[in-house]
Design a protein around this ligand. Structure first.
Ligand code: SAM
Length: 275
């Protein structure tokens, strides 16, 4: 069978974009290669591998769990069902952090709930003098994050296991970031699409989706240096609630930043109090 025919058969079931992505993964090729080789023959072994991949996708499994990887910032990261699949929206958190972080500053930074390591590793790749601690309550996710650091030769991220600030006792940071779980526990979206396959502990956070954000905001003052920043991703309907929590916790310079779709996505505040 020709490559173009195999692609067409898969595209009819799972759509062109996913079919291409999976075929290129199986062939270990880039998109440009595909156009020049559409009439090449796909041998039986690779056709069978491709067919197994698109059948998994047709059964609902996310493409990133089938290929075992996902691009984030400039990095290709390993992902497994133990980790959230990093989202493009989360790159906004990285952009906002870098905009506040002078190139040569040797900031101490904490990434809470690091998952695949996406945020911590993106920041480390941009700030050679950073000292970053990335935490997660999931040992399985931390193992993947450690592998991602090693495969990108990133040595200035330390991974620690534990709930929110528990692994950071007595330490203060110039910047704390988190993309925590923030979906309402009863939200029916958790039972649909790719979310069905991702760890529930990475997604859901109490009845109103704010249980983890509350803990992270309430605990931040004890772990920020004077003038340090707290940057948080949240749901697009949670901007006002998160700003309210930052106010109650006595943060200054509170703001919400919208994503490219003009939805509230990230809120931030500055810890202005002396230690
Ligand atoms: C939405 S995912 C974000 C993962 C990654 N930062 C990203 O943006 O792709 C939330 C992460 O928080 C972790 N997590 C959930 N509850 C936690 C807790 N109580 N303490 C620390 N980490 C937690 C989950 O294991 C998961 O990796």
């Amino acid at each position: 069978m020709q490559i173009a025919e195999a692609l067409q058969a898969a595209a009819a079931r799972i759509g062109r974009e996913d079919a291409e992505h999976l075929l290129l993964h199986v062939l270990g090729q880039s998109r440009g290669w595909l156009f020049a080789h559409a009439t090449d023959t796909l041998d039986a072994r690779r056709f069978n591998t491709f067919e197994r991949c698109w059948q998994r996708r047709a059964a609902g499994e996310p493409v990133a769990y089938i290929t075992g990887e996902r691009g984030f910032w400039t990095l290709n990261l390993k992902v497994t069902p133990a980790t959230l699949i990093p989202r493009p929206e989360t790159e906004l958190l990285v952009e906002l952090a870098l905009a506040r972080w002078p190139q040569e500053a040797a900031w101490r930074v904490a990434d809470l709930g690091t998952g695949s390591g996406a945020i911590a590793l993106a920041l480390a790749s941009e700030r050679a003098r950073a000292q970053i601690i990335a935490t997660d309550a999931s040992q399985a996710a931390l193992e993947i994050a450690r592998q991602n650091a090693a495969s990108h030769h990133i040595g200035n991220v330390e991974f620690r296991h534990g709930a929110w600030y528990a692994p950071l006792a007595g330490e203060r940071f110039d910047l704390i970031l988190s993309n925590p779980p923030y979906i309402e526990a009863a939200d029916s979206h958790l039972e649909t699409g790719d979310l069905r396959f991702e760890p529930r502990t990475a997604l859901a956070s109490g009845a109103d989706g704010l249980a983890d954000l509350r803990q992270i905001i309430a605990g931040a003052g004890a772990h920020l240096k004077e003038g340090g920043w707290l940057l948080l991703e949240h749901g697009w309907q949670q901007g006002a609630a998160v700003r309210g929590l930052l106010e109650v916790a006595d943060f200054a310079d509170i703001a919400t930043v919208q994503d490219l779709e003009k939805r509230d996505r990230t809120s931030l505040g500055r810890w202005a109090k002396a230690q």
